[in-house]
Design a protein around this ligand. Structure first.
Ligand SMILES: N[C@@H](CCC(=O)N[C@@H](CS)C(=O)NCC(=O)O)C(=O)O
Length: 245
């Protein structure tokens, strides 16, 4: 476990997409925080000390000591909502004055947490972190993920950003998954041209580009993921079809 500076907010994280989305929201809003790196490859998330802040033994966790009363939050969706409700921002309309606008962004935040994040995890677990992947299972989970990505591509065909013509928190939380996909986790991802237009545009934002570089650097040091990427550079692209649930 290693940490950097010292502030009221402490984020316990690793360099994966779920933690990165929280870091990006904090950085976009210019909120200072202390980052504590939890080395999940070394199982630091399972220590009794860490499980006191997240009984589920996962990252990220946010601890807020700013008000005298300590607030500890796990589940990235809950952390993002807490940040968006606590700090004034342009990333989501105010719930009290514009409920319809709020829910328009919030439904996509939920979509990222429930659909995109779990789809990515299932592909990574069954395709990359399994010593002997079973092709039919890999194909099933790639299909489920591709269905979600195709939905995003369709949404972006007629919208500049996910929730309309304005950048919102939904864009920030989805972006880290798009960075991962650029590594070739699902080769047919590259056929989704509206998404390509969109992530290239998002990468014009300096903190997003920085997050991409940090993620790529972490992946290059990760023995399992980097070996997968090297091996698949010359492999023919499989063609998974979107899966009907
Ligand atoms: N639903 C959770 C998912 C958290 C999650 O899966 N975190 C991974 C990030 S790599 C983790 O902690 N993995 C380590 C483990 O499962 O032991 C959230 O959105 O916060």
């Amino acid at each position: 476990m290693s940490s950097n500076n010292n502030n009221d907010l402490t984020l316990y994280s690793n360099p994966g997409s779920v933690s990165t989305k929280v870091k990006l929201i904090l950085k976009y809003l210019g909120i200072p925080f202390t980052n504590v790196h939890i080395n999940t490859a070394n199982n630091e998330q399972h220590t009794p000390e860490y499980k006191k802040i997240n009984i589920h033994g996962k990252v990220p966790v946010l601890v807020d000591r700013s008000s005298g009363q300590e607030v500890t939050i796990f589940e990235s969706g809950a952390i993002v909502l807490y940040i968006l409700r606590k700090y004034p921002n342009e990333l989501i309309p105010d719930i009290a004055t514009d409920l319809a606008g709020f829910i328009n962004v919030f439904k996509w935040l939920e979509w990222q947490t429930s659909t995109v994040s779990s789809s990515e995890a299932n592909v990574l677990i069954n395709k990359i972190f399994t010593p002997e992947p079973i092709p039919s299972i890999v194909e099933k989970y790639e299909g489920i993920y591709l269905r979600a990505l195709t939905t995003l591509d369709e949404q972006l065909a007629s919208n500049k950003y996910i929730a309309g013509d304005k950048l919102s928190a939904a864009d920030i939380v989805v972006y880290p998954h798009l960075a991962y996909l650029q590594l070739g986790i699902i080769p047919t991802f590259f056929a989704l041209k509206n998404i390509e237009r969109y992530y290239k545009e998002l990468e014009q934002i300096p903190i997003i580009l920085e997050a991409k570089n940090t993620l790529f650097e972490a992946v290059s040091k990760h023995p399992v993921i980097s070996a997968f990427i090297q091996k698949n550079k010359s492999a023919p692209a499989p063609v998974p079809a979107p899966t009907q649930a």
